[in-house]
Design a protein around this ligand. Structure first.
Ligand SMILES: Cc1ncc(COP(=O)(O)O)c(C=O)c1O
Length: 351
């Protein structure tokens, strides 16, 4: 089709069409979610726009457990703005006590990437709003893992990736949600041509597109979008309450199985399933080698420095048989020290 595909195959509308399908999974009102770029870029866009909506405030509040790229992107943005903003990070449990009238934006990842600890999105958003602050929620470990209600909780901005629980493949594009009350007011910092009101007018001056369209930047990755579209087909009939129930049953079974058979592994995730997402992590000083030994036996999780092994239990694709099998293999590896081999200590570039 060459360039005719942009019209014939609807490639130009993919970012908003897929955005709305993800929107259903995160409780977004229609027309408020768009797909594109990487999550780091979407964090930058959300924060830049949120700060412009709070021009008299200078504090961005986040937590020390946030994913580093969110904090790095904020640091870079604040440096370019050079307006005296401060990025303040406190322990996750202390966030609630630091929301005050100086905070411009509360920027948090709902489910901690290391431990799976869940922030109370509704309560923190309500407190932020009462103090006059805006909220940005990173849903990287929430979307497709559990029900999310961005509109119901009143979140101002949300961002997330599609290559984790949504299973759209490595490098799959990210998404951004902007609440309908802000979508026509925000001023995009990354004012690319596809976020322009009329990209094919090729005007010399930027005019933001209608609503969420303005959060688009450049040419969408059509092949990656096709993979995302296929990945999303699976979600159409999924009831997110069922998904959550299954996630809790599987993560509880995994924790019980590991604790019964692996006394040397310490649970790093909250024990109460209501306080965590759909991942379970354990601590061990030899965590890296243990995860490599698991991967060699087909149980694929990841290691997060310095000592954490993380298991993403994707409720849509994993069943109790696999959870039981993973426990059995892990128990064997621990009891017989199968991890204790030089090849498993060899650090690869990606852990
Ligand atoms: C919570 C969170 N935010 C941001 C990112 C980074 O996203 P990207 O590499 O798509 O920019 C990740 C990656 O795993 C993440 O877990």
């Amino acid at each position: 089709m060459l360039i005719t595909g942009w019209n014939k195959a609807g490639w130009m509308d993919q970012p908003t069409r897929l955005g709305d399908r993800i929107g259903r999974l995160i409780g977004a009102e229609p027309g408020c979610t768009v797909v594109g770029d990487t999550l780091s870029i979407k964090v930058y866009q959300a924060l830049a726009s949120a700060l412009e909506l709070r021009p008299d405030r200078r504090v961005i509040l986040s937590d020390t457990g946030n994913f580093p790229t969110d904090l790095y992107m904020a640091e870079g943005l604040l440096r370019s703005l050079d307006k005296g903003h401060v990025l303040k990070t406190v322990a996750p449990q202390d966030v609630v006590d630091h929301i005050d009238e100086h905070v411009a934006v509360l920027m948090l990842t709902e489910v901690d990437y290391r431990t799976g600890r869940l922030h109370d999105m509704a309560a923190l958003t309500a407190k932020a709003h009462a103090a006059g602050a805006l909220t940005i929620w990173d849903l990287a470990h929430s979307a497709g893992a559990m029900p999310v209600d961005v509109a119901g909780t009143g979140a101002d901005f949300a961002v997330g990736c599609t290559y984790k629980y949504l299973n759209a493949g490595p490098g799959a594009p990210a998404f951004i949600y902007v609440a309908s009350r802000h979508a026509h007011a925000v001023n995009p910092a990354l004012s690319g041509w596809l976020g322009h009101e009329a990209p094919f007018a090729f005007d010399a001056d930027y005019r933001p597109g209608a609503g969420i369209e303005r959060m688009r930047v450049g040419t969408p990755p059509v092949l990656q979008m096709a993979a995302l579209e296929a990945a999303l087909d699976v979600w159409d009939d999924v009831d997110l309450a069922d998904l959550r129930a299954r996630s809790i049953a599987l993560t509880q079974a995994f924790i019980a199985g590991v604790e019964a058979t692996c006394p040397d592994l310490n649970l790093a995730s909250p024990r109460d399933p209501e306080m965590r997402g759909s991942q379970v992590s354990f601590l061990h000083a030899e965590g890296y080698a243990i995860m490599q030994a698991l991967i060699a036996r087909g149980v694929i999780g990841d290691f997060r420095a310095p000592d954490l092994i993380r298991f993403g239990i994707t409720p849509l694709y994993i069943g109790i048989e696999e959870v039981n099998k993973a426990v059995e293999i892990l128990a064997d590896i621990m009891a017989n020290r199968h991890w204790d081999r030089a090849e498993f200590r060899q650090r690869a570039r990606v852990t």
